[in-house]
Design a protein around this ligand. Structure first.
Ligand code: SAJ
Length: 409
């Protein structure tokens, strides 16, 4: 088989490229970012993820290559970012469009381009197919398209790459089966082949489902707070019902997926979305709710300044180093807006100071703060629970069991 060119070596592209290579496929990973390519060529990984160093070693042994330049070949997987446009909530497809254009410049006749980036339903029809025409290629003959959305979760990417089932969308069945055969080189899960639009929709729907269910848990937390009911006990009781599975409330929904993808549906179907939009609002308002409770706890305990308050956790969830859309960053944005200065910040997963008030010294952080707000449930805080025992703790993740005074969401 010919070399597989993976275009975009971020959180999804890199592990995917390594996985193909580790399983015997000849792979070239391409990225526009010179520094990133240089770092990979020097054997240095660009982010932390369980099992990634071992996978990297295996892929390098099998001859994976990294370059800023694309290769002239007949199979490509595009894994570039797809943010949304803040003003109208529609997809920002420019990175996908550029990647497709770059591929069309070099690909051989009959090449398959599989887009793995999350895209809103209709993106391939609206944005990608016209480019193929613009380049004078005939779709289905000179170039073939597929959509192969990813499903892996940061923190458990390698396991999920191998074991999750996947969806491949292609309007030509033969192409769908061909792309399926690529992924079969490492994927032990079912691989379902469908059309492009259904595949596009399935990905966005999966993340929207989770957003809605987290919003439900967050709304319950607010209701329980007013009624003085322990929301975690309530959820664990309700979950004993065989058909109920409520998720956990938290300080908000971060990450590049769940807090982003539902907006694609809002942007494209504004007259139809109700539950989806309401859930987005509930989750987006959680940082405000955390601040409101935080201020209440400070007042109750006579804490007058943020200088003696610490936020534990900067990343969007536990045991990853990813800060994208993180609830803590959203809380800090609100502080900045109201000139609320002086809060202390610590995150064991973020080894470079990214925000004002951040320290790399956990002991110093603990010493300085009378009150700690736990915003991310890293293993580190569970292992260092003892250091919280003399503190006022506001635990938004329900992991702390040992504090002078303990408040939950
Ligand atoms: N969260 C809660 N309560 C919960 C679960 C999560 O507040 O009960 C919060 C997390 O703390 C985090 C956010 O939600 O801030 C999202 O975290 P996550 O672990 O649920 O998901 P992601 O964003 O890391 O990854 C998701 C996954 N999608 C689904 O589970 C449907 C993953 O499988 C996708 O591949 C990924 O999005 C993606 O790239 O689309």
């Amino acid at each position: 088989m010919n070399t597989l060119n993976i275009v975009g070596l971020g959180y999804i592209g890199l592990p995917t490229a390594l996985m193909f290579a580790a399983n015997g496929i000849e792979v070239l990973g391409t990225d526009l970012n010179k520094e990133l390519v240089k770092s990979l060529n020097e054997g240095k990984l660009t982010f932390e993820e369980k099992g990634l160093p071992e996978l990297f070693d295996k892929a390098v042994k099998n001859g994976i290559k990294f370059s800023e330049e694309l290769l002239s070949t007949n199979r490509y997987i595009i894994t570039v970012p797809t943010p949304y446009i803040k003003e109208n909530k529609k997809i920002e497809a420019k990175y996908v469009i550029n990647a497709v254009k770059n591929v069309l410049e070099v690909c051989v006749k009959g090449a398959i381009i599989a887009i793995e980036s999350t895209i809103s339903p209709g993106t391939i029809d609206k944005f990608v197919k016209p480019i193929i025409k613009e380049y004078g290629y005939e779709l289905g003959k000179d170039v073939h398209l597929a959509h192969a959305p990813e499903r892996i979760i940061p923190g458990n990417m390698i396991y999920e790459l191998e074991n999750n089932s996947r969806t491949i969308g292609a309007d030509e069945r033969k192409v769908g089966e061909e792309v399926k055969s690529w992924y079969k080189s490492f994927c032990k899960g079912d691989i379902v082949v469908t059309d492009i639009k259904t595949a596009e929709m399935s990905k966005v729907v999966e993340n929207t489902y989770r957003d809605i269910n987290i919003a439900f848990a967050n709304e319950l937390a607010k209701i329980c707070n007013r009624e003085n009911i322990n929301v975690y006990e309530l959820i664990s009781i309700a979950n004993k019902h065989p058909r109920v599975n409520i998720l956990n409330p938290g300080p908000g929904v971060g990450g590049h997926c769940i807090s982003v993808d539902p907006w694609f549906l809002v942007g494209d179907y504004p007259d139809l979305v109700n539950v989806i939009l309401a859930s987005r609002h509930v989750n987006d308002e959680m940082p405000d709710y955390v601040i409101e409770k935080m201020v209440g706890i400070m007042n109750e305990n006579g804490i007058k300044s943020l200088n003696s308050v610490g936020l534990y956790g900067l990343t969007y969830k536990e045991d990853v180093d990813d800060l994208r859309e993180s609830p803590t960053l959203q809380i800090l944005e609100r502080f900045e807006k109201y000139f609320a200065k002086g809060v202390n910040i610590y995150d064991p997963m973020v080894s470079e100071n990214k925000v004002d008030g951040q320290t790399q010294n956990f002991d110093e952080f603990i010493q300085k703060c009378d009150m700690i707000v736990v915003l991310t449930a890293h293993k580190h805080i569970i292992e260092n629970m003892d250091s919280l025992k003399d503190k006022i703790v506001f635990d938004t993740r329900n992991v702390v069991n040992n504090a002078k005074k303990l408040y939950k969401l």
